[in-house]
Design a protein around this ligand. Structure first.
Ligand SMILES: CC(C)(COP(=O)(O)OP(=O)(O)OC[C@H]1O[C@@H](n2cnc3c(N)ncnc32)[C@H](O)[C@@H]1OP(=O)(O)O)[C@@H](O)C(=O)NCCC(=O)NCCS
Length: 144
């Protein structure tokens, strides 16, 4: 398995077909998924050199085994520099350490702090906690 990290400043890379990554995430995010158009918006942002962010994909024999998408916020201090928006591992490949490796690659690539949100009962929470994420705050949203 190979981990490949995108960089919006190095130009188009054939490894990162946004439609393909979006389809992968749509299928493998399970109940934590979003609408395809929202996943694509997030990917567009990550590949936009002005806004910024990156994607790490785990690939084996040409197939995507997992992906993580991070958006840079453009802020720091009062708001973390990065938001980890999506992470998913192919359902048939879970529990083998792929998710942990993707997270570690994302932590290496990101500069500054990282925010993410996770439902309290999602097993992914254990992975985030093991890597040092804490939840001092209760996230609240006004949906409009
Ligand atoms: C979350 C996800 C990416 C983890 O990927 P993975 O490759 O299965 O994870 P790993 O094998 O690297 O496991 C890493 C750690 O996560 C935790 N973990 C992962 N799946 C778990 C499960 N089903 N039950 C309990 N703990 C689990 C464990 O703490 C594990 O640590 P360990 O290796 O010391 O046991 C994967 O389960 C997934 O795609 N889930 C659906 C999408 C999702 O929930 N995304 C996150 C939304 S916030």
């Amino acid at each position: 398995m190979q981990l490949i990290t995108s960089d919006p400043h190095t130009g188009p890379d054939p490894h990162f077909d946004q439609e393909r990554i979006a389809r992968f995430l749509e299928v493998h995010l399970d109940q934590y998924g979003d609408r395809m158009e929202d996943i694509l918006k997030c990917l567009n942002y990550a590949f936009d050199p002005v806004r910024g962010g990156f994607v790490v994909i785990a690939v084996e024999d040409g197939a995507i085994l997992g992906a993580v998408v991070v958006n840079e916020t453009g802020m720091s201090g009062y708001i973390p520099e990065n938001i980890l928006v999506y992470i998913a591992v192919d359902r048939s490949q879970r529990g083998k350490g792929v998710g942990r490796q993707l997270m570690q690659a994302a932590l290496t690539k990101a500069e500054g702090s990282i925010a993410l949100h996770v439902e309290p009962e999602n097993p992914a929470r254990k992975l985030y906690e093991a890597l040092g994420f804490t939840n001092k705050y209760l996230e609240m949203r006004l949906h409009r």
